[in-house]
Write a protein that binds this ligand. Structure first.
Ligand SMILES: [Cu+2]
Length: 160
């Protein structure tokens, strides 16, 4: 067995391995930066899937946030959220009626699925300082009682 026979397969193995790592890294970037692609975040007790909101017009100061939790293995509570640099506050809402006072927390019980949608419990971004652009993604900070703080990137379309 020559040195060539010994080294070449190893070299190939390393190239394949590194190429695979690169592909995985690129997928992560694409998933986070391209709107409308389903993306997920793993927390202690659940998986948070596809946080998104919609582009806003100049002068529009509110935006509603959608996402869902899946594979919820234990109880948790969403205690608050913030949208640093771009909004005054993020409210926890019980439903579509803005006359109903904001919630102080949202209880999450174990189960298959928990949806945050404007027709039910959801987050309302208030006091936007700049319009939200369709070709961007934006960070949202979520604070859970048990799972701690989670920073997620919102895409600008609900289409997975
Ligand atoms: Cu997504």
């Amino acid at each position: 067995m020559s040195a060539h026979d010994f080294l070449l397969p190893r070299l190939r193995y390393h190239l394949v391995l590194n190429a695979r790592r690169l592909v995985i890294a690129c997928c992560g970037l694409l998933i986070c930066s391209r709107p409308g692609i389903a993306h997920e975040y793993y927390a202690k007790q659940f998986v948070l899937i596809h946080p998104w909101t919609e582009p806003t017009e100049p002068g529009q100061t509110d935006a509603r946030v959608h996402f869902r939790l899946e594979s919820i293995t234990g109880p948790d509570r969403l205690l608050g959220a913030s949208f640093p640099f771009r909004a005054r506050e993020v409210e926890l809402r019980a439903g579509p009626d803005d006359a109903v006072p904001a919630l102080t927390a949202i209880d999450i019980s174990p189960g298959e699925r928990f949806e945050f949608v404007p027709s039910g419990v959801h987050l309302l971004i208030k006091g936007l300082t700049e319009p939200l652009s369709a070709d961007r993604s934006y960070p949202l900070v979520l604070r859970f009682e048990s799972s701690g703080t989670l920073v997620v990137m919102m895409s600008m379309s609900g289409v997975d």
